[in-house]
Structure formats: structure tokens, C-alpha cells
Design a protein around this ligand. Structure first.
Ligand code: G3P
Length: 232
């Protein structure tokens, strides 16, 4: 099974460029990435991105905190394009499970990406709400877990196992920290991994020999020493 590579960015130029790159199968954004990209008008900015990315799947997240407002935003975002996945956080900022919202949207055949998932119990609860005939993604934040000293692999593996019998439900390794995470995602049969552009470029350069890595490393040190005019 192929582990698809998604690009985790809301930067317009990056998406435009990587949309043409065959290594990238799709894109994920979130409100923080939108802010980082300088988006002022959420809808207009998203529509501008969608003019460049018309086919590859791309996730846009709701940012309302009240369930009924979240629902309204989700229906609107879904209208923006056929390749759009609506990202819904598993809970809102009060910690309330967004199950009823997920259930309703999924029943209406809206492609969802359930985000900010950190436990197997959350995966189970999400699965109970999803319409198994509609394409959906469950995003597990591996990097943020390892940042806190938790091994994300057991949760990812168990979630993948639970989703195995549903061909439309895919587990996404979110919050990627290093290029090696791609190999780990492949090893455990994770359907998708989303990563920042810098890591995607590193993956494109996989396969360098030890000899070349050594030379490149030493060249880098030499070049910086020269730039700083170091003397002893
Ligand atoms: O887009 C969701 C996720 O990939 C965010 O990652 O780096 O902010 O932990 P990060």
C-alpha cells in the first residue's frame, strides 16, 4: 500500500508549486497555517488557493467553537470545491466531543478530515459517527505527541487497524517532525502523511550515500566558517 504524501501548508505559492509536483498527493491547512500565510479573508484566500489546486484533495478547517456555528461553516466550506475536505476538530475548545456535528455532516456525504486526534478512544468515537460510504480522514497529531514524550506509533497502528475494514476511511499522520517519519508511516501502513514543504524536499533527496552526506556536511561547515571569517 502506498503512503500518500500531503503538504501541510497554506502558503499560496507553495501550494501552487507543489500542486504540479507528482510526489504530493494533496494538501492540509489549518487556521494557524492560514494566519502564518497572511490570509486576511478566510474564504477569499481559500478560493484563491482552490484556483491553483483544483483536483488534489485539500482540507480547510472550520474555526467556530460553537457546534451550530461549526456546522454552518462546514456546509459553506464544503461548497468551495469538489476536492475540499472539511476539517472538524474532534472536540471544541471546551473539550466537548463534536460527534453530533461529525455524524450529521458525514451523513450528508461531506468529506471530512477529523483533526487534533490524540487517542485511540477518540478514533473509536469518530469511527462510530462516520458514514462509512463517504471519504473521511482521521488526523493523528504524531509530532505534537512526541514533543510531549509520548510514542505516537501505538495509537497510529491501532487506529489504522480499526479503519482497515473501511476503504473510505483513512488515517493521516499529522504534525510531522522529520523526514524519517515518512518511512515510519510507510512501515505501519498509514494511508497518508502530511508534512511541511521543507520535509517534502528532504524526502525528494532520500537515498544519498554516506560518503556524499559526509562531504556535504563538511562543505557546509567550511562554507559557514569562511562566511564568518573565523580565525584561530
Ligand atoms: O495540519 C495539522 C498538523 O499537521 C499540524 O502540525 O507542526 O503544527 O504540529 P504541527
Amino acid at each position: 500500500m502506498k503512503t500518500k504524501i500531503f503538504c501541510d501548508s497554506a502558503d499560496f505559492n507553495t501550494i501552487k508549486l507543489l500542486n504540479k509536483n507528482s510526489i504530493v498527493d494533496g494538501f492540509t491547512t489549518n487556521p494557524s497555517l492560514m494566519r502564518l500565510a497572511g490570509a486576511k479573508n478566510y474564504k477569499n484566500y481559500s478560493l484563491k488557493i482552490l484556483k491553483s489546486c483544483k483536483k488534489k484533495p485539500i482540507s480547510f478547517e472550520v474555526f467556530a467553537d460553537k457546534p451550530e456555528e461549526m456546522l454552518k461553516q462546514a456546509y459553506k466550506i464544503n461548497q468551495w470545491g469538489k476536492n475540499v475536505y472539511v476539517k472538524i476538530p474532534v472536540v471544541n475548545s471546551k473539550g466537548i466531543f463534536m460527534g453530533p456535528i461529525i455524524k450529521r455532516l458525514s451523513k450528508d456525504k461531506i468529506k471530512l478530515n477529523i483533526t487534533a486526534v490524540y487517542s485511540l478512544n477518540q478514533t473509536k468515537k469518530i469511527l462510530n459517527c462516520l458514514n462509512k460510504d463517504t471519504k473521511s480522514i482521521i488526523s493523528i497529531f504524531a509530532g505534537r505527541m512526541s514533543d510531549k514524550g509520548i510514542d505516537p506509533l501505538p495509537i497510529l497502528k491501532k487506529s489504522i487497524l480499526l479503519c482497515k475494514k473501511f476503504k473510505n476511511i483513512h488515517v493521516l499522520w499529522a504534525s510531522t517532525r522529520e523526514a524519517y517519519n515518512y518511512l515510519q508511516a510507510k512501515q505501519i501502513g498509514c494511508h497518508i502523511i502530511t508534512m511541511p514543504p521543507a520535509i517534502i524536499y528532504k524526502i525528494s533527496a532520500f537515498g544519498k550515500s554516506a560518503k556524499l552526506m559526509t562531504i556535504d556536511t563538511v562543505k557546509g561547515f567550511l562554507s559557514d566558517s569562511k562566511k564568518s571569517k573565523f580565525k584561530i
